[in-house]
Design a protein around this ligand. Structure first.
Ligand SMILES: NC(=O)c1ccc[n+]([C@@H]2O[C@H](COP(=O)([O-])OP(=O)(O)OC[C@H]3O[C@@H](n4cnc5c(N)ncnc54)[C@H](O)[C@@H]3O)[C@@H](O)[C@H]2O)c1
Length: 438
């Protein structure tokens, strides 16, 4: 893409937001958006709504809000729809999720109650701990995909939305590796017709979205769109893709802290992370097969940031352990402990302890909003396939096959803002700054 030739279609009309999974994150997102529209709360935690972007030299003092700089939809323009495997409306689901206080829920009750989930596509094999009751029936997986496509087209028509974005906010599926059916679009479609058991429910949603030209972002660590077949479909239909696994909680902290340790050439002997959480996500992750998907997503972060091969004296053989413990009394209010054993000058050991009393869905909801805004922007700017510039929102950023993912939050942020500058024909900022001292 050449900066002179980029045209960004205006964000006219309404933008549909389609969410598989009306759980803790889904309902916290909806309640938050409505609270922002009504002026009860500011969009704290959202880069697209609250962030600024510096343009040109530091002496120019040009620092607009991102949303004033680049044409984005407004929260008022969003029309939200969801699927779930339980029939609860948004208000009932939010009550059960227990993230938000009653006082905050009551103020947006009307909006939440108006969100009645469509029946989900669900295969018990992929989420062992849930026993859904609001599930589509179909002859085969292609039939189920077609039912989702029907849902999407009906939603578009009934709500008069111009464009849509789908963000997966449903439960974490079991760990699977790409198999033969995932290798090409032909094989995948054949697999749908044969109800191939290696096609997970999340893949069926993604297939439906991409077939309808709807950008798809994966908030969970499932394989989903990390397969050649669906990437081929995204290329064919020129649709943006992003994933995977919202970067919140401990991993967010890791990608903030580890670049700092590396910047100062401090060594690492070990990093032990454990946490307790008691929401439905925690219950699903109590199943070892779902946990394995999460574990894979969480473990690779330090390897990529610290580059043990490049810095063997500092990072060779550091011990990294991640544990998630389902502990119902805590609900969504997770507590995460990190014990970090580092070493410095002359090898002297030091320790860092983190006790993060975080709220998972409070950290995740603004990411959903940012993904909706930026994925829609990407599509209007003619970008398609993997959107690596949105890495800062994910634990396991998707990248081109020949690349390793960039996990350092600060590099990710720079990449994101430089992409926005590029789209608007502004110079990227390198932070070289020698010109100030000429
Ligand atoms: N909260 C975080 O900080 C965070 C961070 C990264 C990733 N995630 C991931 O985001 C996802 C959602 O998290 P949550 O806390 O909202 O979980 P949740 O359990 O509260 O909500 C998930 C919802 O998805 C529904 N569901 C499951 N399978 C479905 C299907 N096939 N179709 C439609 N609905 C389905 C469940 O019934 C539930 O209502 C999880 O996969 C989680 O691992 C969460």
């Amino acid at each position: 893409m050449n900066k002179e030739t980029i045209t960004i279609a205006p964000p006219s009309g309404k933008l549909g937001v389609l969410i598989p999974g009306l759980g803790a994150i889904g309902t916290t997102f909806i309640a938050g958006v409505e609270s922002i529209i009504k002026g009860y709360h500011k969009p704290i935690g959202s880069l697209s709504m609250t962030g600024t972007i510096r343009l040109g030299k530091r002496t120019e003092n040009r620092v607009p809000l991102i949303r004033d700089f680049i044409p984005l939809s407004r929260p008022e323009d969003l029309v939200i729809g969801a699927w779930d495997i339980f029939e609860d409306n948004g208000y009932e689901a939010a009550k059960k999720a227990g993230v938000l206080k009653d006082a905050d829920l009551e103020k947006v009750r009307h909006k939440l109650e108006s969100i009645q989930p469509m029946k989900g596509v669900f295969d018990q094999r992929y989420v062992k701990k849930l026993h859904g009751t609001w599930i589509k029936k179909g002859r085969d997986k292609m039939d189920l995909a077609n039912q989702l496509i029907e849902d999407i087209t009906t939603f578009k028509k009934e709500n008069g939305v111009e464009r849509m974005v789908m963000v997966w906010c449903a439960s974490t599926e079991i760990f699977i590796e790409p198999g033969p059916v995932h290798q090409s679009l032909n094989a995948f479609e054949e697999g749908l017709r044969n109800s191939d058991e290696t096609i997970a429910s999340s893949m069926i949603y993604a297939y439906a979205a991409l077939t309808c030209g709807v950008p798809f972002a994966n908030g969970a660590p499932n394989l989903t769109v990390d397969i050649p077949a669906l990437q081929e479909l995204a290329r064919k239909n020129r649709v943006p893709l992003a994933g995977k696994d919202f970067k919140t909680g401990q991993t967010l902290m890791k990608t903030i802290l580890a670049p700092g340790l590396k910047a100062r050439m401090l060594g690492l002997n070990g990093w032990f992370s454990t946490n307790i959480l008691g929401n439905r996500d925690g219950e699903v992750l109590d199943d070892p097969e779902s946990f394995k998907t999460k574990e894979e997503s969480k473990l690779s972060v330090l390897e990529y940031i610290l580059q043990p091969n490049v810095y063997p004296d500092l990072y060779k053989d550091f011990y990294h352990k991640v544990r998630i413990n389902y502990y119902p009394p805590r609900g969504d209010n997770k507590e995460g402990w990190d014990n970090i054993d580092i070493f410095g000058w002359m090898g002297y050991p030091m320790q860092i302890k983190i006790d993060f009393l975080c709220r998972d869905s409070i950290l995740a909801a603004p990411i959903v909003l940012d993904l909706v805004m930026f994925m829609d922007l990407a599509q209007r700017a003619g970008m398609h396939g993997i959107q690596e510039w949105l890495s800062l929102f994910f634990k396991s950023p998707m990248v081109a096959p020949e690349l390793y993912p960039e996990h350092d939050l600060f590099i990710q942020l720079m990449k994101c803002k430089n992409t926005l500058r590029y789209l608007m024909g502004e110079d990227p900022i390198t932070h070289l700054g020698l010109e100030y001292y000429d």
